[in-house]
Write a protein that binds this ligand. Structure first.
Ligand code: AMP
Ligand code: MG
Length: 349
């Protein structure tokens, strides 16, 4: 099939295009669309055939459930039940926005959409193109990230086309996603809320609203062999083609170690990529160096991470060394993605 790419701008959203995209979903087709986190691959969440098509287009394992996106808060009650007081407070504080909540599902949601689980993940994006599209599509859009399974999530329409051209009906192009990391996921289906995936809505931000929160052990200690509660967290993710290694330690020690490792690799005839920051980018002597932005602006780092991982795939680097990003507010989310991309290869210096 031919994938149409439609450019939209945020000042005046072209509603004819939005209606056309909505119609595609109502007829069982797929449309990729921008959200504030990453691009989503949307299908009608209430149509099991659409969910099957999403898994096929991404090459995604069918036990990995999809997030259902809504544009009106009140719609959550149609697809979720037993909504706790804590969940109400989180929705009040962070919706619309980059927070996904897991609830027991109602019968309206087909098991194909939830990977056979009796819970459903729900998010209300704040991106106005996403909201308009969700409404035009009937109100319930299931959407995982719009990338081929295993590859870095997409933050531009061009990246979506790289992975999904010819496999979906349409891509809505809203430019670069401003956050660049997927939503925070919190399971509120049990008595105690648990963070299943870190994101830019941090633990501290949520604790300020509902008190102490737990984090799924699989997020904190990924090597522990503990089965993650978000099925998607167990799969290899975000991986660039070249072997990625994170170098952790004091800034000066990291710079010295990366320069030494790069030199060694180049001596063996290898090409090296380096993931740096504005503060350090000029300190690397060799290799193909990419800055994610200023370390003092975490939002720049998160916005450019997946883009950098993808861009190294277009070069023929054999290995990539990356600085580490653990010490800041959304650093846990950034490191969670980077560690997965690196297959947990970390060198401490
Ligand atoms: P993606 O949209 O590609 O970021 O993937 C959605 C993420 O949400 C995956 O990690 C899923 O495993 C997780 N998820 C979706 N639905 C549920 C659910 N009902 N329970 C736990 N995790 C879920
Ligand atoms: Mg994904």
């Amino acid at each position: 099939m031919e994938t149409q790419i439609k450019k939209l701008n945020y000042e005046t959203i072209n509603m004819n295009i939005i209606e056309e995209a909505g119609k595609i979903l109502k007829e069982g087709g797929l449309v990729a669309f921008p959200t504030e986190t990453v691009y989503g691959l949307g299908g009608d969440a209430l149509n099991p055939v659409s969910s099957e098509k999403i898994y096929a287009a991404k090459g995604r394992p069918s036990d990995n459930p999809l997030i259902v996106h809504i544009a009106d808060k009140s719609h959550v009650y149609q697809i979720a039940k037993k909504i706790s007081k804590e969940a109400e407070k989180l929705m009040e504080a962070f919706w619309p926005g980059p927070l996904t909540l897991i609830f027991p599902k109602t019968d309206l949601v087909p098991p194909k959409t939830t990977g056979g689980l009796d819970t459903v993940a729900v998010r209300m994006p704040r991106d106005p193109i996403a909201a308009a599209f969700i409404r035009a599509a009937g109100g319930f859009v299931s959407a995982p990230s719009a990338n081929a399974s295993g590859r870095p999530s997409t933050t531009t329409a061009e990246h979506v086309a790289e992975d999904l051209d010819g496999r979906i009906e349409m891509i809505l192009d809203g430019g670069q996603a401003v956050i660049g990391l997927e939503s925070t996921i919190v399971d509120v289906s049990q008595e105690k809320p648990v963070i299943l995936r870190p994101g830019v809505i941090t633990k501290a931000m949520m604790e300020a609203v509902i008190g102490p929160l737990e984090t799924d052990q699989a997020v904190i200690a990924p090597d522990s062999g503990i089965k993650p509660k978000a099925p998607g967290m167990k799969y290899r993710h975000y991986a660039p083609k070249a072997e990625l290694t994170i170098v952790e330690g004091e800034t000066e020690a990291v710079i010295a170690a990366v320069n030494r490792l790069t030199e060694e690799a180049e001596t063996k005839g290898k090409k090296v990529g380096i993931i740096a920051t504005d503060e350090t980018v000029n300190r690397y002597e060799k290799g193909l160096v990419q800055s994610l932005g200023a370390r003092s602006h975490e939002d720049e780092i998160s916005m450019h991470l997946f883009e950098a991982l993808r861009s190294f795939d277009e070069t023929d680097v054999d290995c990539i060394y990356s600085e580490s990003f653990e010490n800041a507010a959304i650093g846990q989310a950034i490191m969670n993605r980077l560690l997965k991309a690196a297959g947990y290869r970390v060198i401490e210096v």
